[in-house]
Design a protein around this ligand. Structure first.
Ligand SMILES: Cc1cc2nc3c(=O)[nH]c(=O)nc-3n(C[C@H](O)[C@H](O)[C@H](O)COP(=O)(O)OP(=O)(O)OC[C@H]3O[C@@H](n4cnc5c(N)ncnc54)[C@H](O)[C@@H]3O)c2cc1C
Length: 414
């Protein structure tokens, strides 16, 4: 990790957010403009966004694709600045003065609210928040959700399927994952049933057929699907639902998909007791101790329009598309940025990372700091697991900076 010398006239590019969109963009930019200084900021001490805190703990194959970006941060001119929240620790306006181009790739972190009566009762929980918690996100460290009894999941995209799979798995089925057994024990209580409610029919649900098929491996689950309609074998997803029903075991956990079904109200006073749903002309009541909403994501804050500021990833395109889509879009954006820089021949050199306040850099974490976190987490994982994540922001920062360890240095940018 080295920043450019102040006298170097090469372009300075800032990327805010080190998730898939930010990292793929940096990768493409570093190839198309090898002399550029590329600085990737993240509000967290660790890089890789939803690779680390969204992708399910039992999908290690997807998570480890983030490792390809390690090589990026080893290159001259590509710098990770962690633990710096743009807009709070560092004004966006400052960034635009220091860098030729700033790209916001900050994702969408707020669960879309349910928007029906009772939708804000306790025990109505966003899937994004739940998955962050199960993935050890430091923002959720002090919060302790408890999922138990009859669980109703609203929405049927891939995130909803992740939630069903994670909640239905036995401890043994989580072997090879980085699911923390202590977190699981405190969060996931005895679950009697999981009912997934989807407004869409089998051909229109957002979940991939492959994700649905994976559910067939769950040892405890006994599947039922309602609302398939007449054209039930028309699509791969419809066929996946039929196969789920047919291959279903006699497990003790009832997993029911209610398709073509709309939630109309969440019942309860101090906590959830039921979800009322409509299908066709009828209204049914589903017993519920926990409701998990998986109906999409919104931006944390409105984004200010400023010159030489671009957007990428979920922030630019909404919460659709899997990770490989970001690679393709990043290539297009990198081309556009490089073309724009080439046109801007009268450009005056900007300071880039060297212009950031020294105090800010001192507190920031580096890619070397992430390597320390990675090493600490994988050194002694719980039995059957591949890592034990550090969960509090303070602990992550301490390890990144080499505090409370025998190492020191290289963990800060100064
Ligand atoms: C629960 C869940 C599971 C998923 N599983 C899969 C999967 O298995 N396979 C798949 O292909 N896709 C999956 N996806 C989709 C995939 O994660 C997204 O397509 C992708 O992460 C979006 O990338 P992004 O870079 O736009 O946003 P993010 O990955 O969210 O990255 C945004 C980054 O910006 C940082 N940030 C935010 N605000 C600031 C700020 N003000 N200053 C500095 N930094 C900031 C955040 O800390 C974060 O690191 C999943 C999504 C979710 C929610």
């Amino acid at each position: 990790m080295t920043a450019h010398d102040a006298s170097d006239p090469a372009p300075r590019l800032a990327i805010v957010g080190s998730g898939p969109a930010g990292c793929y963009l940096a990768q493409h930019l570093s190839r198309r403009a090898p002399d550029a200084e590329i600085v990737i900021f993240d509000r967290l001490a660790t890089p890789y966004g939803l690779f680390r805190y969204g992708v399910a703990p039992d999908h290690q194959g997807t998570k480890t694709t983030a490792k390809q970006f390690d090589r990026l941060f080893e290159k001259r001119g590509v710098v990770f600045v962690g633990g710096v929240e743009v807009g709070t620790d560092l004004p966006l306006e400052t960034l635009t003065e220091l860098f030729d181009v700033t790209v916001l790739a900050t994702g969408l972190s707020q669960d879309r609210p349910l928007g029906i009566p009772g939708g804000d009762l306790p025990q109505v929980l966003g899937a994004g928040r739940l998955v962050r918690f199960l993935n050890g996100h430091p923002d959720e460290y002090d919060d302790q959700p408890r999922i138990e009894g009859d669980v109703v999941v609203i929405g049927l995209g891939n995130v909803a399927v992740d939630v069903v799979r994670l909640l239905a798995k036995t401890d043994g089925e989580l072997d090879g994952s980085d699911a923390d057994p202590d977190v699981w024990e405190r969060t996931v209580g005895p679950i009697r049933s999981i009912t997934v409610v989807s407004r869409s029919g089998p051909d229109a649900v957002k979940a991939d057929a492959l994700m649905l098929r994976e559910l067939a491996d769950l040892r405890r689950a006994r599947f039922a699907v309602r609302g398939l309609g007449d054209d039930e074998s028309a699509s791969a997803t419809a066929q996946a639902f039929l196969d789920l029903e047919h291959t279903s075991s006699d497990g003790d956990l009832a997993v029911t998909f209610l398709l073509n079904t709309t939630p109309v109200e969440v019942d309860g006073t101090h906590r959830v007791t039921a979800v009322r749903v409509r299908s066709g002309d009828g209204v049914d009541e589903l017993a519920a101790d926990t409701v998990i909403t998986a109906i999409g994501f919104l931006p944390e804050n409105p984004v200010t329009e400023l010159p030489r500021v671009q957007r990428a990833g979920w922030l630019a395109h909404g919460p659709v598309g899997a990770i490989p889509v970001h690679r393709v879009r990043a290539a297009e954006l990198a081309d556009a940025i490089v073309a724009e820089l080439a046109r801007d021949i009268g450009r005056r050199p900007r300071p880039g990372v060297a212009g950031l306040p020294a105090g800010l850099l001192k507190g920031a974490t580096t890619f070397e700091g992430w390597r320390r976190i990675d090493a600490a987490e994988t050194a002694s994982p719980p039995a059957g697991r591949v890592r034990r994540k550090l969960r509090s922001a303070a602990e992550l920062a301490d390890v990144a900076h080499g505090r409370n360890t025998n190492e020191s240095g290289n963990g800060t940018l100064t």
